[in-house]
Design a protein around this ligand. Structure first.
Ligand code: SF4
Length: 291
């Protein structure tokens, strides 16, 4: 992976990124990779030397690392910081680095620090729940001590004091602790096994030169095309539908003076966040179809 610097940012930022201490150890897959689409993981492996990433796109990752480092200074005697835990499942070594484990009398509390936008904090993020439950499985499996709670400690990078005063459900402070549902041990293990199976299939496909199983709409953060019925000239829609037929019916019901605006869907991850999109046949085919 080549690091570029198209905005000519100070060398310090490049140094920080090139000196990153991140390693997943001897693991076949980290918890973070297990959660990623298998096709993406395989394409990244295959095209690693051809990939480019710009230092400006890594700024929030640097910020996140800084937050982690500073918070280490706040550790108490019963806190265990940044421990990487390994376990073997179905012959695969998987690992996860747990930001904070608080040892309490009746079990361990797992906290994960996130530097996130307010949207992510206010909306359900299933990936966070899955990630924390995988950590909980690793901790219980390896330490044989119950995990009693899992939580996200979110540092909100675009928090606004004005919105906090005026908007309902908006976080009251730029830091918010989110309680995450803790699954049963069996459910956590089952989920991990399913993810390993998907990655194992993709790894085999890569070895024998077959096509990968496609990424799912959820993997691609797909937003479907919608059809907005609105009064001619208005910006706001009277109603929004998933199908054109329903929108036509509504327009007919409302009578003259209404129109339908097609709001094209998109695959947000593919379009903006996937490192391998330029090597991905599934995304290329989709773009061709769209044209
Ligand atoms: S570009 Fe989209 S479809 Fe292709 S690997 Fe990335 S997320 Fe999956």
């Amino acid at each position: 992976m080549k690091l570029t610097n198209i905005y000519n940012l100070p060398q310090t930022f490049i140094n920080v990124l090139s000196r990153s201490k991140y390693t997943k150890g001897k693991a076949n897959l980290s918890v973070t990779e297990l959660l990623q689409p298998p096709q993406l993981v395989q394409l990244r492996k295959k095209h690693w030397d051809e990939l480019e990433e710009d230092v400006a796109d890594k700024i929030w990752a640097i910020f996140g690392t800084a937050i982690h480092s500073v918070l280490e200074l706040g550790a108490d005697h019963n806190h265990l910081i940044e421990e990487r835990i390994h376990a073997t499942v179905d012959g695969w070594d998987i690992s996860g680095a747990v930001d904070l484990q608080k040892q309490e009398e009746d079990g361990i509390v797992i906290s994960d620090y996130k530097t996130a936008g307010v949207w992510a904090v206010m909306n359900e993020k299933i990936e966070w729940e899955q990630q924390l439950n995988m950590y909980a499985w690793l901790v219980e499996k390896v330490k044989r001590t119950p995990v009693k709670k899992v939580e996200i400690v979110a540092v909100i990078r675009d928090w606004s004091r004005r919105d906090a005063k005026n908007r309902e459900d908006y976080p009251e402070a730029p830091i918010k602790v989110l309680d995450i549902p803790l699954w049963s041990y069996e459910d956590r293990e089952e989920f991990i096994k399913q993810r390993i199976q998907l990655h194992s299939n993709a790894s085999l496909a890569s070895e024998i030169g077959e096509e990968y199983a496609p990424c799912s709409p959820a993997d691609m953060w797909e937003k479907p095309t919608t059809y907005a019925v609105k009064k001619a000239g208005n910006k706001r829609a009277t109603a929004v539908f998933q199908s054109e037929g329903e929108a036509q019916d509504k327009k007919a019901e409302l009578g003259s003076g209404y129109e339908i605006e097609v709001r094209p869907g998109e695959r947000t991850r593919c379009a903006e966040f996937c490192q391998v999109s330029s090597f991905c046949k599934q995304y290329r085919d989709y773009l061709e179809e769209e044209e």
